[in-house]
Design a protein around this ligand. Structure first.
Ligand code: PRT
Ligand code: ZN
Length: 293
């Protein structure tokens, strides 16, 4: 019988590894390392983390060895566009590991829509996604599949263009390449297989999802409080960025003024505070949010 713990597969080392652990910790799960660096146990919930190569994470989840995985959408999408569409479900984006899968060519290449790629050799480690992209646009080009270091392919005359992940753009620039088309916008995502959990683990599974959502939602969100003239409420609602219906409460002994509290999903700049003040608001406080559910 399978052990009565949930398993989350995360990247062992690489761009997503540390941030994945940070997310689990921010969700209130206390980690202790076990089995060397290959696994962590959560002390305060029946959860284990398995640390593996990112490319293996979809297989772990699809085969039922892990219940959840934290992996780049690019890795999942490449697999789903190939022969291995095993119904893995992207539950939510996690807000880190952002990058795009882009098509790039040496500086000076004139790109005038996907037809410009016709007849070219394009080097990539994402042959399935690239093939889908080209097929959808009815462009015939040949795909040169590489294991890595795709950015050197044009210089080695292996290809005229490449299709690779880009985050800062420094790698492209260092290799005299320019991106002109996006095949996929990617970031780390939480993935699970489309099957149920053992009944006794359902609650833990739901709590992982709810807590991760809470962590993501509270990142960048702020709690804003102020006193304001009643008449300024419509203007304040327009100024507060990404706020749902604010809470409005009376102020003792003042009929003309109220206290306004709101959760704002977007950044609050000094300009926002100045605009609030201009409506007559006073005692404006902006507080970080530690947890949200
Ligand atoms: O060992 P393992 O197989 O687990 O790791 P890996 O080497 O395959 O993956 P890793 O750690 O490099 O990346 C893991 C995930 O991070 C990827 O699947 C993406 O979802 C995400 N990610 C975000 C990136 C980048 N940004 C990124 N810039 N993955 C790779 N790159 C590479 C890109 O391929 C190119 O070589 O970085 C270079 C470009 O970066 P810039 O900043 O110069 O544009
Ligand atoms: Zn990898």
């Amino acid at each position: 019988m399978k052990s009565q713990r949930l398993h989350i597969a995360i990247q062992k080392s690489g761009r997503l590894a540390e941030k994945s652990l940070d997310l689990v910790r921010a969700a209130g799960f206390r980690l202790t390392m076990s089995a060397g660096e290959l696994a962590y146990s959560v002390e305060n919930a029946p959860i284990d983390l398995w640390c593996v190569r990112d490319d293996d994470i979809p297989t772990f989840v699809a085969d039922g060895v892990a219940d959840f995985g934290i992996v780049g959408r690019n890795v999942l999408a490449e697999r789903a566009s190939g022969l291995n569409d095993d119904g893995l479900v992207e539950l939510m984006p996690l807000g880190f590991g952002r990058c795009r899968l882009s098509i790039a060519a040496p500086d000076g290449f004139v790109y005038d829509g996907a037809d410009s790629l016709s007849g070219l050799r394009i080097a990539t480690t994402y042959p399935n996604l690239l093939r889908r992209f080209l097929e959808a646009r009815r462009v015939e080009a040949s795909i040169v599949t590489m294991r890595g270091a795709v950015e050197v392919a044009p210089r080695l005359k292996l290809a005229e263009a490449i299709c690779d992940l880009v985050s800062t753009g420094a790698t492209l620039e260092a290799n005299g390449l320019e991106a002109f088309e996006t095949v996929l916008e990617s970031e780390a995502v939480l993935v699970r297989a489309p099957r149920g959990f053992a009944p006794e683990l359902e609650r833990t599974a739901a709590s992982i999802v709810a807590r991760f959502k809470g962590v993501i939602a509270s990142q960048g969100a702020k709690y804003v409080m102020m006193n304001a003239p009643r008449t300024a409420l419509p203007a304040i609602a327009r100024i507060l960025p990404g706020a749902d219906a604010p809470t409005v409460t009376p102020l003792a002994g003042r009929d003309d003024a109220v206290a306004v509290h709101a959760v704002c999903q977007e950044s609050i700049f000094w300009e926002t505070l100045e605009a609030l003040k201009a409506t007559g608001a006073s005692a404006i406080l902006v507080l970080p949010i530690e947890k949200m559910m």
